[in-house]
Design a protein around this ligand. Sequence first.
Ligand SMILES: Nc1ncnc2c1ncn2[C@@H]1O[C@H](COP(=O)(O)OP(=O)(O)OP(=O)(O)O)[C@@H](O)[C@H]1O
Ligand SMILES: [Mg+2]
Length: 267
Amino acid sequence: MTATSPATPETVLSLEGVSKRFGAVQALSDISFDVRAGEVVALVGDNGAGKSTLVKTIAGVYSPDDGTVTFDGRRVDIGSPAEAQHLGIATVFQDLALCDNLDVVGNLFLGRELHYGRTIDEVEMERRSWELLRQLSAKIPSVRIPVASLSGGQRQTVAIARSLLGEPKVVMLDEPTAALGVAQTAEVLNLVERLRERGLGVILISHNISDVMAVCDRVFVLRLGRNNGTFTISQTSSRELIAAITGATTNAVSQRAARRASQEPPS
Ligand SMILES: Nc1ncnc2c1ncn2[C@@H]1O[C@H](COP(=O)(O)OP(=O)(O)OP(=O)(O)O)[C@@H](O)[C@H]1O
Ligand SMILES: [Mg+2]
């Protein structure tokens, strides 16, 4: 890690000119991206646009071929997922990686159990679990039931809560509402707002434009591995976002989709 400080004070993470190639596939080209503390930024784009590659680059799974990453005012090389976590970048991957047979407490503290002398301090872990879930206004009936018996929204909540135990400054959520119904989606979006209130920089990867419009402050559009526009939610429309995602305003189907989106009642 080397130290310079090109970032503005409130910018917690920024990327400049980041590129990543896999063999013949240029997955990312000259990407600039940033997220501030207390801000929810969406990362959107069609299949293959490069969203997961960008997330994995920030999460330390891939190293960029080119470009710079600045975190908390310092230039960083994020060499591994462990290093990303150590810096304060938490990622909730789409598969959540929960242990179905363990209860909520067991999942939250997996690999970082609290000890009282030489025994595991179940009482303290349970107390902290409730405390964290209460701060997140999470609706979990019991912290002593296996996570297999929780709803999709509750499981997502447990995975997000777990990511917060490392006291991160940035949290990346990969498609957190993709498999959820209406009520559970609302629960997770509510949780995203709690993360913003805690002063975290939140990066939300989503295919769902109404979720993005409901909860995000800004949107980065990726198209074919390139930046295809950055939008402030309060100054944009679903129609504009869909046009940037598809990049094909002459395409009849995408025009129809954009027209339908623009006729949606404001949320
Ligand atoms: N490990 C890899 N090896 C080779 N090519 C890859 C690899 N990962 C991604 N790619 C390619 O890079 C491009 C970007 O893929 P990426 O998975 O980042 O897209 P995405 O925006 O996450 O798409 P989706 O919405 O389908 O998840 C695609 O062309 C993909 O085939
Ligand atoms: Mg992906």
